[in-house]
Design a protein around this ligand. Structure first.
Ligand code: F6P
Length: 403
């Protein structure tokens, strides 16, 4: 048996479904080895709490017990079915501030950890990587985000459930859309990445999917394309339509809109009127078109974790423990080609930092990938503004298989 270890675990950045499945797997696998696990509350803030004496190491100890339901439900292992994070998460704070950074490093020392597992998205992993280097921490990272935009991993925990949530919403909206002959615009999260909109749009039967990788901004041409798609659908006898719009798509002036769905709805109304008035008969069926907008918002971050997120989360947790046992530190656990591997964090962080500097997504949708092709084959309108592939470096499909 390997030397007994004392490991910490934290969740950082926006929450998502599947975090508790990771924590459960880590605790179970570590307990089997007789290692101790400490759960940091609110990401790296947990270390500050420790440094300030607001909590003691003993209070942070995680075991496989203590998550029992009452009465006859006692004994049900509920953790992996719960969304959110039992540890709480942190999506603000300023670890660049030397005093805050020092307090985090002091808290880490106080806990006397052999290694830390951090579950985070690209932003928080970047920050924690920096702290880990300063404090010489033994560090393993696990990717999570509904945006699925962490480089080198085809899947981040939380994405699959969010796809399900959006897909269900589209299904539900179809019936009211059909009853009132409306166009429903569904504004979807994803930050600068269109994975969530694209996957859910295909699975949920969208007629239009607009993602930032293909439609950086809503030009007249894109809006006219939407109108044409609506008019074509009407000409076949169907009077309703579904548009999935990724929040990362910008307005016509390349500006960010909090309610980009409302912006598109207005533009569709204006443009369809204009086109009809300019004598383009085919757009006149849209004259009284009724467009409604649904912003799914933080519903996409919750919901019962899908079996796939529980499975991947569990496999990621087990892999993290395996890496710590092998003392293979400074690695990101990744999902590639249907299996769990790990990738050196210096490579991952280098890509993230370069992309942040260039103001672009670290793991965008591949405009020539099979998902985009699938959508095109279904005659889903995608805005048809192809970015040259050279603008997307590194291409998501070009990653080397990790070990
Ligand atoms: O990165 C995850 C995410 O849910 C994005 O899709 C979204 O833009 C953002 O976080 C919302 O952040 P907040 O919860 O801080 O509003």
């Amino acid at each position: 048996m390997s030397k007994k270890k004392r490991i910490g675990i934290l969740t950082s950045g926006g929450d998502c479904p599947g975090l508790n499945a990771i924590i459960r797997a880590v605790v179970k696998a570590a307990n089997r080895k007789n290692w101790e696990v400490y759960g940091l509350p609110y990401g790296t803030d947990g270390f500050i709490h420790l440094a300030k004496g607001l909590c003691t190491p003993d209070e942070l100890r995680l075991t496989t017990h203590g998550y029992d339901l009452p009465g006859h439900l006692q004994g049900i292992d509920i953790l992996q079915f719960l969304s959110g994070s039992i540890l709480g998460s942190l999506s603000k704070g300023d670890p660049q501030d030397p005093e805050i950074a020092q307090s985090i490093l002091d808290g880490y020392e106080r806990l006397g950890l052999d290694a830390l597992i951090a579950i985070g998205g690209d932003g928080s992993l970047d920050i924690i990587y920096d702290l880990a280097q300063k404090g010489h921490w033994n560090f393993v990272a696990i990717p999570k985000t509904i945006d699925n935009d962490v480089p080198f991993t085809e899947r981040s925990v939380g994405f699959d459930t969010a796809v399900d949530t959006v897909t269900h919403a589209l299904y539900d909206l179809t019936f009211t859309a059909a009853s009132h002959e409306r166009v429903m615009i569904v504004q979807v999260m994803g930050r600068d990445a269109g994975h969530l909109a694209l996957h859910a749009g295909i699975a949920g039967g969208a007629d239009v999917i607009l993602i930032p990788e293909l439609v950086p901004h809503l030009s007249d041409q894109v809006v006219e394309g939407c109108c044409r798609q609506m008019a074509d659908i009407r000409s076949t006898g169907r009077q309703f339509a579904l548009i999935v719009l990724s929040e990362g798509v910008k307005n016509d002036n390349n500006g960010k809109e909090k309610y980009i769905g409302d912006y598109l709805a207005n533009r569709i109304n204006e443009q369809s009127h204009k086109l009809c008035e300019n004598g383009l008969e085919e757009f006149c069926s849209l004259k009284n078109i009724d467009v409604r907008v649904t912003v799914l918002g933080h519903l996409q971050r919750s919901g019962t974790p899908s079996s796939s997120d529980r499975l991947i989360g569990t496999a990621f947790g087990i892999k993290a423990i395996e890496l710590i046992e092998q003392e293979a530190y400074s690695r990101l656990v990744v999902w590639q080609h249907g299996g769990v591997y790990s990738q050196p964090l210096d490579q991952v962080i280098a890509v993230i930092r370069q992309c942040h500097r260039d103001n672009r997504c670290a793991y965008p949708v591949d405009p020539d990938g099979f998902m985009v092709q699938t959508a095109r084959s279904l005659n889903i309108y995608l805005g048809d503004q192809h970015l040259p592939l050279s603008d997307l470096d590194p291409k998501p499909t070009s990653f080397q298989l990790a070990v």
